[in-house]
Design a protein around this ligand. Sequence first.
Ligand code: MSP
Length: 504
Amino acid sequence: MTYRYITTPIYYVNDRPHLGHAYASVHADILARYLRAVGHQTMLLTGADEHGEKIAKAAMQSNEAPRAFADRHAQTFVEAWRRLSVEPDKFVRTTAPEHAKVVSECLSRLFESGEIYLADYEGLYSVGQERFVTEKELVDGKLPEDKEPPVLRREPNYFFRMEAHRDWMRQLLLDSPDLIQPVQYRNEILKLLEEPIGDLSVSRPVNRLEWGIPIPWDAAHVTYVWFDALLSYVSPLGYPDEPAFCDYWPSVRHVIGKDILRTHTLFWLSMTHALGIAPYQRLHVSGHLLGSDGRKMSKSLGNGVDPLEAADTYGVDALRYTLIREVSFGFDGIISNAVIEQRLNRDLADDLGNLAARTLAMTKKYRDSLVPVPRAYDAREEAIIARASGLPSIVLTLVEEMKLGRAAEQVMDFVKHLNGYVASSAPWALAKDPDASDRLDTVLYTLLEALYSVSNLLHPVMPGKMLELQILLGASGKPCWNVPWGHGVKPGSCVKEGILFPKR
Ligand code: MSP
């Protein structure tokens, strides 16, 4: 048995999830579903990042205690993922006592081994990004992703000797060209690692910020939110002693957005190295979803699509499909309601929905809704069978490279081919010709069986609709991977008519 471990970012719970969050989570969920379908023992982790200034500030603004505020918002995320068919196996909360225990133990271990020391720090701090920033990163006096400029701060902080791990990190990236994908992000970090990166402040004075995990040996400080949050990738596995950690960790792939690339490379790689944890297997870095104004989609700019409203309007599966098809992973791109509607109407209703509706209607009309027994195959069917049999491995290769949109595209190209096959075989003409009865059986069977393979291939992307399709096809209603041709729909079983994707 092979174990696979996929994580989403652990989201700040200062607001409801927006489409950018959904983009990362839906990608991670689809990846995990494919891996599960193939038979890997797969764990998907998501969760809530609940400490730090950002949350404390948001709680204060809504006149709530941070814990009550975080409880409420964490629940919003749990519910949003349920609505978007994102099904995590674990939902970590950084306020959970089990997590805090792991953070305390890691801090103590690093302090005792001399990896953490106390010093005065003065620098520019971005509350938006929850980290100290350098002058070089600022554009017009602030980080491009922030609303407000960073503030100057001087305070005693505990520091982690991140700089001491720089050479090791650089070598790691040079030795593992696939560690960070797509490659432009690896190159960006390699360039950064050519120059000193400094040490990492891992604490905040409690007189400024109380909302955090206490530094175990010094009650005057709490843990820096990123040091806490990154460890939430290992704490739910029972790090360091539980078998789940040994089983799942070696296969870990983190799915993140490019805004948190530095923290997931400089911070996290050096932390794991210092703790003796193996580096992650892969970091999948997405670009940003942009609003129709071309700016990074965010709640504060109000330029976003609400994922829950979009799911209500267009259907959750059309939304999931659009998220992976419309913006290639790793690149920036715009998603608006109009774009979702177009994907729904064209790809899903016109191509896939129409193929299913026609095939099912013809089976009803010409064969009393019963799946016929196929007779002789000719070159056209042979081509379809070859394609259906080859697709699972093509799809899987793309999925492993996080090219989920390309994987879905391959299947949708097959759907287009099948629509062409309907047109060229003209079942309606065959039905009029008493000598063409065997041929009609073959054509209808081929279409039904091909649709069944499509339903399996796209199930991870559109779990609800593809299950519905299997039920219409009279099949088990349970997705299977790599079903050999001839073992999907059963001759003699009954199909039903239905509209999978109502057009808008
Ligand atoms: N809490 C940290 C992550 C800690 S991980 C140990 C954090 N949270 S966040 O809620 O601000 O956002 C996390 C992620 O949401 C981003 O990295 C990105 O994956 C996703 N996105 C937020 N806005 C986005 C877009 N507009 N477009 C695409 N994804 C973006 O940072």
